[in-house]
Write a protein that binds this ligand. Structure first.
Ligand SMILES: NC(=O)C1=CN([C@@H]2O[C@H](COP(=O)(O)OP(=O)(O)OC[C@H]3O[C@@H](n4cnc5c(N)ncnc54)[C@H](O)[C@@H]3O)[C@@H](O)[C@H]2O)[C@@H](O)CC1
Ligand SMILES: Nc1ncnc2c1ncn2[C@@H]1O[C@H](COP(=O)(O)OP(=O)(O)O)[C@@H](O)[C@H]1O
Ligand SMILES: [K+]
Length: 505
């Protein structure tokens, strides 16, 4: 399946199974052919430019040598820098080496300082990377990263952990590719943490393996198809009560901006009515968004309302009391920011959360996630999939672990990596808007899982839309996201809607 993501351990098993009945070297040949085809596509009308192929000590290097031979067959000036290690190379890689030597491929021992390459093919390390890249290999990676031409990584950008998306360190380096062609199945590490910065555009090449033979994936790559069945055109005969009430509970003294941003997110994502239940005394209305209804949280009736609890809420006794009340109630709940910190500090609140029957979604950023699990942020980030899975398991809730390539996880272990968004979102308040969008989808009757998938996707796509219009990534503001999210949501609905009335002449 296109969106399936596999761990290195799974890929090794897939590789072994795929080899059964195939002559030795078949998969490597197919990998090299596919890589060469992609390289030619990327070169386009610049086929007269030389291509630099970096070949490392393992089978990733074998793929690179095969690709170089195929490029030379196609008339391209392919130059290989082959850097074998101490260990003997595999028989397949040896054959690939011989094939490349037999043709017109050029071989060099070191990088010329003035190379003018049309493309670099990175075949240093793939899923066999075992330690940080050092020495000559490091110099090669640094040199490639300083080049301006497109870089095509084979299987995985060298230096990147295919499972986690971390640059293998400490102090490690990884190739920053513009494109990656990945073999036998997509990998989570290409889509989260450092993955998006290093993999660029990812193409999956199955090497002739039937996708139906593959095992259950560790996670999937997100897409609108995962929540598309809940997108529906509005009925003419509907009213504000048809689209649910959202109440944002938060906004302690001096922190009212956070719930207001969440409330604007909820309003623009289609909630029928949006309240802000403030912990402290505040203004009577929001002059930028007078549609919002501002109330005092004390005494505010939660019944029948979807609650987004936590933005700017603080950690006062009142905050704790309100959170306990929300957890014990049967409203759908979106738990964000300070509310996550309070749960992380209180086994009692955690037990109340885990015991809930109504839908609950948590939206931690890595530090909030660390507090929830009693770990450090670096442990969370070292394996974001595992951390998100653990959070979902402990809280019995749907979790969005935010960051580049947000991980959406649910208690049964199902996980999705969200593909939308960009670094324009690295700005104060964008998480509040995400919380509001998710609250609005819950209020419109979406189950927790789809609401989380939909909110993460729409929020990221809103940021992508803003960038497409020159609004960011630098200087994008959280306040610009709600209207963009509204545009994305309406486009999605228009795409899935079938015309309902009779055709008009
Ligand atoms: N075997 C197969 O069936 C297939 C393998 N394929 C390719 O083979 C790759 C996996 O091959 P390998 O298992 O040989 O792994 P790699 O080619 O990723 O690298 C492993 C080699 O690098 C050495 N090494 C690891 N980290 C190092 C470091 N930091 N510095 C120096 N040396 C280091 C290891 O000792 C080993 O010799 C895949 O990523 C894919 O590109 C594809 O051709 C598809 C089929
Ligand atoms: N570099 C990035 N790429 C993609 N998404 C990002 C990036 N940085 C932040 N985000 C997204 O922006 C939001 C930030 O949320 P959060 O950290 O809670 O900020 P705040 O508390 O200021 O609202 C999350 O949805 C996160 O996934
Ligand atoms: K590589």
């Amino acid at each position: 399946m296109d969106n399936h993501l596999y761990t290195v351990a799974q890929l090794r098993a897939i590789e072994t199974a795929a080899y059964t009945g195939l002559p030795a070297g078949t998969l490597m040949r197919r990998a090299g052919e596919a890589a060469a085809r992609y390289a030619l596509e990327l070169l386009g009308d610049r086929r007269d430019k030389p291509v630099l192929v970096l070949a490392g000590p393992g089978n990733n290097g074998g793929d690179a040598l095969e690709a170089a031979a195929r490029l030379a067959d196609a008339g391209v000036d392919a130059t290989v820098l082959f850097q074998p290690g101490q260990r003997e190379i595999s028989e397949e890689a040896q054959s690939a080496h011989e094939r490349a030597r037999a043709g017109t491929v050029g071989f060099i021992d070191m990088l010329p300082p003035d190379g003018d390459w049309g493309l670099v093919v990175d075949g240093l390390f793939g899923i066999g990377l075992a330690r940080p890249i050092e020495g000559d290999y490091r110099e090669m990676v640094d040199a490639v990263n300083a080049m301006r031409c497109p870089v095509l990584a084979l299987d995985v950008p060298s230096g990147l952990d295919a499972d986690t998306g971390a640059v293998v360190g400490p102090g490690g380096v990884a190739v920053r590719a513009s494109h990656t062609i990945t073999f036998l199945g997509d990998k989570p590490g290409l889509h989260t943490l450092d993955g998006r910065d290093h993999a660029g555009q990812v193409r999956v090449e199955m090497l002739g393996v039937d996708p139906a033979q593959l095992p259950a994936p560790v996670a999937r790559r997100g897409g609108a198809e995962l929540f598309g069945h809940l997108l529906a055109a509005r009925r003419h005969n509907s009213h504000k009560g048809s689209y649910g009430d959202v109440a944002i509970v938060g906004g302690a003294h001096g922190m009212l901006g956070a719930p207001l941003l969440a409330a604007r997110g909820a309003l623009h994502a289609g909630a029928g009515r949006v309240f802000v239940a403030m912990l402290d005394a505040g203004p009577g209305y929001d002059s930028v968004q007078p549609e919002l209804m501002l109330r005092q949280a004390d005494g505010f009736d939660f019944t029948g309302r979807t609650l987004v609890i936590g933005p700017g809420m603080g950690d006062s006794a009142t905050a704790m009391r309100l959170l306990a009340r929300a957890l014990d109630g049967d409203s759908p709940l979106l738990i964000d920011a300070d509310a996550i910190n309070l749960i992380g500090a209180s086994p009692d609140l955690l037990a109340r959360l885990a015991g809930r029957a109504a839908p609950s979604v948590l939206t931690p950023h890595p530090l909030e996630g660390a507090r929830l699990l009693g770990m450090t942020t670096s442990v969370i980030q070292a394996d974001r999939l595992e951390a998100a899975r653990e959070m979902a398991l402990r809280t019995r809730a749907t979790v969005i672990l935010k960051g580049s390539g947000s991980i959406v996880a649910r208690p049964d272990g199902e996980m999705v990596i969200n593909p939308t968004g960009n670094a324009g979102l690295a700005t104060a308040g964008s998480g509040d808007v995400l919380a509001g969008i998710c609250g609005a989808l819950l209020a419109q009757g979406w189950p927790a899982w789809e609401a989380a998938l939909g909110a993460a996707w729409i929020h990221g796509a809103a940021a992508d839309l803003l960038v497409a219009h020159g609004i960011g990534p630098i200087g994008m503001t959280a306040g610009e996201l709600p209207a963009a999210a509204r545009a994305v949501l309406n486009l999605l609905v228009a795409e899935v809607s079938t015309p309902s009335g009779p055709p008009r002449s």
